[in-house]
Ligand binder design. Structure first.
Ligand code: PGA
Length: 231
């Protein structure tokens, strides 16, 4: 089975031209990955038949919520996936597990597929608290939810740092996460995945795919990652 490849473009792209160029260079492989662009560029990707996800969304139904984007409107424009619980959103937008739980319910009610991001801080990693943190994030975010979600394990200290856990560590954590579910949950790894380390990371036997940030901005890096992950 080939793995899921998710490109989290964060807020990197900031001109129409760069988005057009990106779409043009990746259109041949558009069926091989899921793209999470800046919300304002979603329409362009949808028009070009890319499978799209959104990086976050409002917990509310359409209504008086200035600046927010409803899951309902995203679903209506053809978005298939929503990324929730990303550590940058947890930190910069002060989202806690309880809000993430409500957003997951909102997404499920609108038939969007949820990618729940979880991960430990460097401090927790150094104190061997990783599994305790991940279990708590999963239990709180998925409270009263029985529908299937996808988990992306992203250590906070690995995101954008060029550092990754060892393959053995990721394999062990993946196994642990899977043991917490009563269905065959898909577990992705994210955090400094690049065209240089993808060959190594792809050897992890139980991983179901990768969530890529910075390296996904460069079409040639992303294409290399897709090619390796397909093996
Ligand atoms: P990174 O980001 O690949 O730039 O480390 C991954 C992510 O935040 O999803």
């Amino acid at each position: 089975m080939s793995k899921l490849v998710l490109a989290n473009l964060k807020m990197y792209q900031s001109t129409k031209e760069s988005v057009d160029d990106y779409i043009n260079k990746l259109k041949e492989v558009k069926d091989k990955f899921i793209v999470f662009p800046s919300t304002i560029y979603l329409e362009k990707f949808i028009q070009n038949n890319f499978t799209c996800g959104v990086q976050n969304a409002s917990v509310h139904n359409p209504g008086p919520y200035t600046s927010e984007v409803s899951i309902h409107s995203l679903k209506n424009m053809g978005i298939k996936y929503v990324l929730l619980g990303h550590s940058e959103v947890r930190q910069n937008m002060a989202e806690d597990d309880e809000l993430i739980n409500r957003k997951i319910k909102q997404a499920i009610n609108n038939n969007l597929k949820v990618i729940l991001c979880i991960g430990e801080s460097l401090e927790a990693y150094n104190q061997s608290q990783t599994k305790i943190i991940l279990k708590s994030q999963i239990e709180k975010a998925l409270k009263d939810i029985s529908e299937e979600v996808i988990i992306s394990y992203e250590p906070v200290w690995a995101i954008g740092s060029g550092k990754t856990p060892t393959n053995n560590e990721i394999e062990d954590i993946t196994k642990y996460i899977k043991s917490l579910f009563d269905y065959d949950v898909k577990v992705l790894y994210g955090g400094s995945v690049s065209d240089e380390n993808i060959n190594t990371l792809n050897e992890i036997p139980n991983i179901d795919g990768f969530l890529i940030g910075k390296a996904a901005i460069d079409p040639s890096s992303l294409m290399k990652i897709i090619e390796v992950a397909e093996k």
